[in-house]
Each structure stands twice: as structure tokens, then as C-alpha cells.
Design a protein around this ligand. Structure first.
Ligand SMILES: [Zn+2]
Length: 115
């Protein structure tokens, strides 16, 4: 198998071997980011009654943070029981794998709520 990509654990900063970790995003964080974005649009949008949302540069400073993708060894993951969407590192080891996953994830309505 081609191994062009190395996954580095966010916690211990060491590479992750096959079967020892995953890339993941917490789906409750995704849900929170979605709710926060809607609330932000309600609060910050100018003239929403025209059906066109416009925002000032100042209001964009308070734009809510997206859910964060993380990379962890299973043994370093402090939130193993989180409601997560996870990709085992051995399923994303080449540039071709990364393109495949990117295309796959672009089919998920929640992807824009992540970083
Ligand atoms: Zn680790």
C-alpha cells in the first residue's frame, strides 16, 4: 500500500500506525456550530427581510467557530465515547485516499460546519 501521508496525533505529536488511531469530528460540535451559525445570521444580518443577507466586516469578527477535525491515537483520545464521525488512519494514507475522502465528505450537508 502507498503511504504518502503521515497522521500525527494532536495529543502526543507522534505518528499514528495502522489500526492505532483516527481522524474524527465530534457530531455534537457540528450540531452546535450549525445552531450558532443560524443564531449569528439572525443577530448580525442586515435587512434579512429582503431575502439577501449582508454582513459588516465588524460582525464577521464574531462569526461562530466551526467544529474541529482532530487526529488521535485511540490511546490518546480523551473523548473516545463522543458521538463522532471517524476515519481510521489506515483508510487515508495516500493523496488519492485524501481526494476520495474529500469528495465523499462533500456529499455531507454538515461538512461546511467543520474546519
Ligand atoms: Zn497520541
Amino acid at each position: 500500500m502507498t503511504r504518502e501521508l503521515v497522521a500525527i496525533c494532536d495529543a502526543c505529536k507522534q505518528p499514528i500506525a495502522e489500526g492505532e488511531g483516527s481522524l474524527w469530528v465530534d457530531m455534537s460540535e457540528v450540531e452546535r456550530a450549525t445552531v450558532n451559525e443560524r443564531a449569528w445570521e439572525q443577530l448580525e444580518a442586515d435587512h434579512p427581510e429582503r431575502g439577501v443577507l449582508t454582513f459588516s466586516g465588524e460582525s464577521l469578527q464574531s462569526y461562530p467557530d466551526p467544529a474541529r477535525w482532530r487526529v488521535h491515537h485511540y490511546s490518546c483520545d480523551s473523548a473516545l465515547d463522543a458521538n463522532s464521525y471517524a476515519i481510521e488512519v489506515d483508510r487515508c494514507r495516500s493523496w488519492a485516499d485524501l481526494v476520495w475522502w474529500t469528495a465523499h465528505l462533500m456529499g455531507k450537508a454538515w461538512l461546511p460546519q467543520t474546519d
